[in-house]
Design a protein around this ligand. Structure first.
Ligand code: COI
Length: 354
């Protein structure tokens, strides 16, 4: 672990918190007093700095802007009713961050910088953690290439940063989802499993088209047949069919290995529900809907939490759901919230106290 003395801390003179109301705060719009910044140069990570949140001064030729060598993570910190602060499964996000880094030919971020830096930053700004239900302090670690050059090659210089945003829910109401069969998010051998910035940039046009049709997000399908479902724009997806829960498997490398996805699988198993991680075709989903076996559909993600899906459209076939009658999705959400806000026992050891 990096000793606190190895991180330079410069505190703000006056907290912005006095000017912000954390109640019903929107997702990702406000940022706390401090941020973490560290540069990678000459093959090593330099001095880690925690300093007042401020704009960056970047050269216009900085490589990440031109070629998108940029990755990120999303993690949340919560406060329980005793006012103690916890981070949800941060080590899992740390590991995924370095998997993304490897795919994007970026340096590995050492565990002490990522984990201890995050703990210090969150404890410094812990007054910013909202305590309202469905609210949290969203932690955004990210890294981007920093060489000043127009040539296409991996940089020698990188910047790793963490910023914090007190946030309410990403989606506030049950969602309408459009099954995408023209555009593609990921192919085997591609970057679908990485949390690469470009994955999200490339999704914006298809998502905007789905929005024009009245939908909140797309559900991606495989690139070859547009037959097997993958994930939604900002979340993994689960289907309750009969007495089983089915979610697309991770084996083709086209799906982000969501930490919330993994937690939901564990909660479902705790509930005694059989979980299948496998290929799931849109035909199987439609068959299950027609036979009355498709009971629930929901998305899972750090930002999205558990987002119930009230409508799923594939071509002209529209599936409407009465989410008010659902049991599993709402129960899982309540269980995860109970663990996060401290009213339920954390039997999986997911909450890391800071
Ligand atoms: C997250 O759930 O943390 C995400 O990164 C999804 C989105 C906000 C990009």
């Amino acid at each position: 672990m990096i000793a606190a003395k190895n991180i330079n801390i410069t505190k703000v003179e006056r907290s912005k918190l006095n000017d912000i109301n954390l109640e019903n705060i929107p997702f990702g719009k406000y940022f706390t007093d401090h941020m973490l910044e560290v540069d990678y140069e000459d093959g090593e990570w330099k001095q880690v700095e925690i300093k007042p949140y401020q704009p960056l001064l970047l050269d216009p030729s900085v490589a990440a802007i031109h070629y998108g060598q940029s990755i990120f993570e999303g993690i949340k910190a919560y406060k329980n009713t005793n006012g103690e602060a916890f981070i949800f499964r941060p080590l899992d996000n740390y590991k995924r961050f370095n998997i993304s880094a490897e795919r994007m030919e970026m340096p590995q971020v050492p565990e002490d910088i990522f984990m201890e830096g995050m703990r210090l930053l969150v404890s410094l700004d812990n007054n910013w953690i909202p305590q309202q239900s469905d609210h949290a302090l969203y932690i955004r670690p990210f890294m981007f290439s920093c060489d000043h050059m127009i040539g296409v090659r991996p940089s020698d210089k990188y910047k790793f940063m963490i910023i914090l945003s007190p946030s309410g829910p990403y989606y506030t109401t049950p969602m309408r989802i459009y099954v995408e069969e023209e555009y593609v998010r990921a192919v085997p051998g591609g970057v679908g499993y990485a949390k690469a910035a470009g994955n999200y940039g490339a999704a914006m046009h298809p998502t905007a088209e789905a929005k024009k049709r009245g939908y909140d997000q797309v559900l991606w399908t495989d690139a070859f047949e547009h037959k097997y479902v993958q994930e939604c724009g900002t979340m993994n997806v689960f289907f309750i069919i009969g007495n089983k829960a089915i979610t697309p498997g991770l084996d083709s490398g086209t799906i982000l290995a969501g930490v919330t996805r993994d937690s939901v699988i564990a909660v479902l198993k705790d509930m005694g529900v059989e979980v299948e991680e496998r290929r799931l075709s849109i035909d199987e989903i439609i068959e299950a809907h027609k036979s009355g076996q498709l009971q629930e559909v929901f998305g899972t993600g750090t930002a999205a939490t558990i987002s119930l899906i009230k409508e799923l459209r594939y071509k002209d076939y529209v599936m409407h759901f009465d989410v008010d009658t659902w049991k599993s999705g709402p129960y899982i959400k309540e269980t995860l919230n109970g663990i996060r806000y401290g009213s339920l026992l954390d039997r999986h050891g997911w909450m890391e106290k800071i």
